[in-house]
Design a protein around this ligand. Structure first.
Ligand SMILES: Cc1cc2nc3c(=O)[nH]c(=O)nc-3n(C[C@H](O)[C@H](O)[C@H](O)COP(=O)(O)OP(=O)(O)OC[C@H]3O[C@@H](n4cnc5c(N)ncnc54)[C@H](O)[C@@H]3O)c2cc1C
Length: 415
């Protein structure tokens, strides 16, 4: 049989399996009420099978997977609205990973968070902006009829017996499982050297075109720092870009370690070459502010001055610290996870999204961490007695059920 026919049959097979999945995921009547004694004042007394905290790419993706696995009684909570971290990106910032409508040949669009979905196909954009992707997530939430609880800030979580009490600013919600998917973007890293609080984190910049001034000091030379440098250089600003390492010289093909192709292309833009000066292997010692002048001092005591507030592109602390009591910690501070992405000390607490780590594998892009959505969804579905064989086959065939990490190194996360 020719390869083309095999691929065609594979696609047909996938479509048959997918057509069995319900598009709608509703709050069905399987919700069990809690005993009145267990319910706090102002609480919502249904017991959910799962509560997902965070309606970003990870939360929406794992919610769709739960629905596909047959779990109906769950809730997706967000402190703002679906996709709000993406909505907050600087106007000019675009996805570095390209989208392409490759689903028809069985290869899921790199930026897709759900089986059968292609942002390239639906948006006709290769590198979406944050607000375009936020809209895409909102469209998915609406298409899949996800049970949403927006404008609800999770303040704390407690587990009493077998039940998680998810305490929010609008009351307490109850669940047998919690999937923590609150992301990184809203938890920027502001520490690292004396005076770092004087800097402005790139995640708080609404638009690079609105920043006043024509010379900028940027601390951090990975994707966000390069993105800032590129847009400022395009405007004709002079930029000094410092990094303690040298991501632009890394030889790894893993974009979690070296710069993306998109950024390498941008480095070759004439305005970037003309206006951006790169300082590799240059840790920062301090930032000071005197008489309206910011001074950045490097570890080897070189100083650089600017009237503009230095931009900090040093990454994110991540929201997993918020739930650190529920997980053992790895040496690097990330949660220790079971092979189901569940806590090893608190059953029923799961992690989804870019903070997922297994050994040296870093799942920090959509095309990486989506590979674990099927694992989490299947674990919860089978814990409530749902059959999952068909779900596993379909998700595995789309690269959304990665359960064998043994053959994966930095260069390969899709076995
Ligand atoms: C500049 C930049 C460019 C990037 N480019 C790419 C790219 O090209 N490709 C790629 O794959 N990835 C890219 N990423 C990474 C990508 O943005 C993240 O992988 C993604 O946002 C993570 O999704 P998430 O759902 O985990 O987190 P988020 O999108 O941050 O969603 C988390 C949600 O949780 C909510 N939340 C947080 N705390 C609480 C709480 N206490 N209570 C209730 N709700 C809460 C937030 O409101 C938010 O909506 C980029 C990141 C940045 C910063």
């Amino acid at each position: 049989m020719s390869l083309l026919i095999i691929i065609f049959l594979e696609i047909v097979n996938k479509q048959i399996i997918l057509s069995r999945f319900q598009r709608g995921v509703s709050m069905a009547a399987t919700q069990e009420p809690l005993e009145q004694d267990d319910v706090a004042d102002g609480a919502h007394n249904e017991l959910h099978d799962a509560i997902i905290v965070g309606a970003g790419a990870a939360g929406v993706g794992v919610a769709i997977a739960l629905g596909h696995a047959g779990v109906e009684n769950f809730l997706l909570i967000d402190r703002r609205e679906v996709g709000s971290s993406f909505e907050a990106w600087p106007d000019e910032t675009r996805f570095i990973t390209p989208s392409f409508p490759s689903n028809s040949i069985g290869m899921l669009d790199l930026n897709s968070i759900a089986v059968g979905v292609s942002p390239a196909f639906s948006m006709r954009v290769e590198h979406p902006t944050g607000s375009e992707f936020a809209k895409h997530l909102q469209d998915l939430a609406s298409f899949f009829e996800l049970p949403l609880q927006e404008n609800t800030d999770v303040k704390s979580i407690e587990k009493k017996g077998d039940v998680f009490h998810v305490v929010t600013d609008v009351g307490t919600f109850y669940s047998s499982n919690v999937i923590w998917a609150a992301g990184e973007y809203q938890y920027p890293q502001m520490r690292g050297f004396t005076g770092s609080e004087l800097c402005r984190h790139t995640s708080t910049v609404p638009s690079y075109s609105q920043l006043e001034g024509d010379d900028f000091l940027i601390i951090g030379g990975y994707e966000s720092g390069f993105d800032a440098a590129y847009h400022l250089a395009k405007r004709g600003c002079k930029v000094h870009l410092f990094d303690k390492d040298s991501p632009w010289n890394e030889q790894s093909s893993d974009p979690s370690i070296s710069l993306s192709t998109f950024s390498f292309e941008r480095m070759r833009d004439p305005t970037f070459e003309e206006n951006v000066k790169l300082f590799p292997q240059t840790p920062i010692r301090s930032v000071t502010l005197n008489d309206g002048i910011y001074e950045v001092t490097t570890a080897d005591f070189q100083t650089y001055q600017s009237k503009q507030q230095p931009l900090l592109a040093s990454g994110f602390d991540g929201s997993h610290r918020f739930v650190s009591d529920f997980f053992e910690q790895r040496e690097d501070g990330f949660p220790v996870l079971s092979d189901r992405d569940e806590s090893t000390i608190v059953p029923g607490m799961f992690l989804a999204g870019p903070a997922v780590r297994h050994g040296s594998l870093i799942f920090c892009f959509i095309f990486k961490y989506r590979q674990r959505f099927g694992i989490v969804a299947e674990t919860i579905a089978s814990s409530i007695g749902l059959p999952t064989d068909e779900f596993i086959d379909a998700y595995r065939s789309w690269g959304m059920y990665l359960d064998d990490l043994s053959c994966c190194g930095q260069e390969c996360l899709t076995c």
